[in-house]
Design a binder for this molecule. Sequence first.
Ligand code: FNR
Length: 343
Amino acid sequence: MRKDILRKDRKREHIAYYLKSKHGGNTLFDDVFIEHNSLPELNLLEINTNTEFLGKKIDYPIMINAITGGTEFAWEINKNLSKIASKYNIPMAVGSQTIALVDKESHKSFRIVRENIGNEGVVIANLNAHASIEDVKFAIDLLEADGIQIHLNPAQELVMREGDRNFKGILRNIENIVLNIEKPVIVKEVGFGISKDVALRLFDIGVKYIDISGKGGTNFIEIEDKRNEDMDFKDMYTWGIPTAFSLIQCRSISEELTLISSGGIKGSLEVFKSLVLGADMVGISGYILWNLIKGGYEKVDKYMNNLTYKLKVLMLLTGSKNIQDLKNVPYKVKGELKELLEG
Ligand code: FNR
């Protein structure tokens, strides 16, 4: 079978198996305690959720994270999600554009995102970490993207029957991309978390944007296991760094790092706690996709409307007038998260 056809099938299967997966694990956000303030002295109308990301003004520090592209079905998904991104003026990243390097027909499923979001909005390209400078330039140009995500997914590849087995030279390649590409380069995981050591190695070669994409949401070991009939990886379903732990660890490296919290973000508390723990942006993939498949554009719209309202409520209940104030809200850690941080 042609490689591009295989890749298209894989993308469809990822979505089907994502919906069947239990996508469990624990983000450990429940182990973060934030005190309620009964005397906030604020008016809900003056709560300001605006922020800046990749040089553009956006209305909320929430983004639709990488999911898909390539097929007719992906076009439909990207069309709906980019309409949501446009309505709420939030960033959106597309799924891996590897398919776009070899298949012209796939381009429209990616371009629809820029078409719907327009020039004022933030659109982010996506490729794997083996990508050449030419590939990165192509992926950015196709979307007139404001930046590119480079994904690190060794756990996923190793469980995937047809996946990569060699991960040598990747740090060098990322360094080369950062040095030669003018747009911001975001290095991201896909649901297993970025450790402090990995974040430090990335920061040392000039990476300024990291999406931690930790454990607790979409689980690609489980998804790929369901696709792989040769082997059984059930005993590895709990692998990964919980999102809350990964976020605190990476934040401790430098205030200069722009951090995106993702992996298992569903409700307003996870968004809010991410921002209190020091995230600059919060990414959601699986749960937005789930809403879309279950109830179409309207269900995602309702979800986003609730989520953004509740973020304002939580800001008010901690006396936070704007997104910057959230970074100064005190928090305590308990339970497993505390043990991990003290260990
Ligand atoms: C993903 N994710 C992903 N990431 C990436 O960098 N490139 C990609 O092509 C994809 N494809 C993809 C497909 C599907 C169906 C899902 C659900 C997810 C990973 C995604 O961006 C994110 O890092 C993880 O899913 C963790 O976040 P959630 O899903 O728990 O919010």
